[in-house]
Design a protein around this ligand. Structure first.
Ligand SMILES: Nc1nc2c(ncn2[C@@H]2O[C@H](COP(=O)(O)OP(=O)(O)OP(=O)(O)O)[C@@H](O)[C@H]2O)c(=O)[nH]1
Ligand SMILES: [Mg+2]
Length: 308
């Protein structure tokens, strides 16, 4: 029987929507990947491990689907309470999601395995209920031929739904990853309105951008001894400017001296770099007033670093 044209016409497919968690060892490029997926800098990035301290959602909207990506702190072993808490946040982000993307740095070799050993990986993978997608990141740094044995090796680690080599920095392979993830999404309405790129507050994102500059412009223990608090926020609509008062919090007076730098040089550099990014984020002129304060036990106060 020949079906009529009318019968063949299917209704518009409904939207798909889901949550995808991005996990992996420190420095693998998780935050870079989130930014590459969104085409916008939301998450902070640095060459130092443990840059990300808490979860951050970024929403990808397309006409037919919405994916809420969750960037997380790097998985590693530590006895430091704050670090343990960070890892807990990452582990918990794998619950009640539609897919988990495990990111590894193909150049890290045994280094990332030492940080997050195989036995721990296996246990984590076994506990994850959602489809697991492996991303082999930083392929811009290796020969193509080196990839194949690596893919073979990783196949033994877990039952990955897909293995995607990519370069988050260059954007190569990101579309392929998104394509794989869309296939895993359930049908359903969007979680967020289409004009909301994240569930994080502007205050959190601004504090993070300042913290990123501390990570980039200071060394040794300073990045890890620092957090950022927003003290005040004044919008002058007529002048089209925002004045932001913020404090870089450190643990000791000696660290305060280093962050301020000789003649205020260091804090000035941090401020200039942060202001540029914050102006971009808020799409307005920004006057950033930075202070440095000492709070001995800030790492033990979750409110000091887990704000979002
Ligand atoms: N060459 C290269 N570098 C990359 C790539 N992706 C990320 N990076 C670099 O790797 C470093 C770490 O990137 P992040 O995105 O901060 O890594 P992360 O996994 O979020 O790290 P944590 O938040 O510390 O767990 C940065 O210096 C990035 O520029 C890539 O595809 N290629
Ligand atoms: Mg990160």
């Amino acid at each position: 029987m020949v079906a009529s044209k009318h019968q063949n016409k299917r209704p518009d497919p409904s939207t798909k929507a889901g949550v995808v968690s991005i996990i992996g060892p420190p420095n693998a490029g998780k935050s870079t990947l989130l930014n590459a997926i969104l085409g916008q800098k939301l998450a902070i990035v640095s060459p130092k491990p443990q840059t990300t301290r808490t979860r951050l959602s970024g929403v990808l909207n397309e006409p037919r689907y919405q994916i809420v990506f969750v960037d997380t702190p790097g998985l590693h072993e530590s006895t430091v309470p704050m670090n343990r808490e960070m890892v807990k946040i990452a582990r918990e982000s794998c619950e009640n999601v539609d897919a988990v993307v495990f990111v590894v740095d193909v150049t890290s070799g045994e280094k990332s395995v030492a940080l997050f050993p195989h036995q721990q990986r296996r246990r984590l993978f076994a506990a994850i209920r959602a489809p697991l997608v492996l991303v082999l990141n930083k392929i811009d740094c290796i020969e193509k031929l080196a990839l194949l044995p690596m893919i073979g090796e990783y196949r033994n680690h877990a039952d990955f739904t897909a293995i995607i080599p990519l370069s988050a920095k260059r954007g190569d392979g990101v579309e392929k990853l998104i394509h794989e993830l869309v296939a895993l999404l359930p049908e359903g309405p969007r979680y967020f309105p289409e004009d909301i790129p994240t569930d994080a507050s502007e205050r959190f994102l601004v504090a993070e951008m300042i913290r990123e500059k501390v990570f980039l412009l200071t060394n040794k223990e300073i990045p890890y001894a620092s957090t950022v608090e927003i003290d005040g926020w004044h919008e002058d609509a007529a002048a089209g400017t925002v004045t932001i008062f913020a404090s870089i919090i450190v643990e000791r007076a000696s660290q305060k001296t280093i962050v301020i730098g000789k003649g205020g040089e260091k804090i000035k550099k941090i401020g200039i770099a942060a202001r540029r990014d914050i102006s971009g984020l808020l799409a307005t002129k920004v006057d950033l007033r930075l202070w440095v304060k000492v709070k001995k036990n800030w790492t033990r106060d979750p409110g000091a670093w887990q704000i979002s």
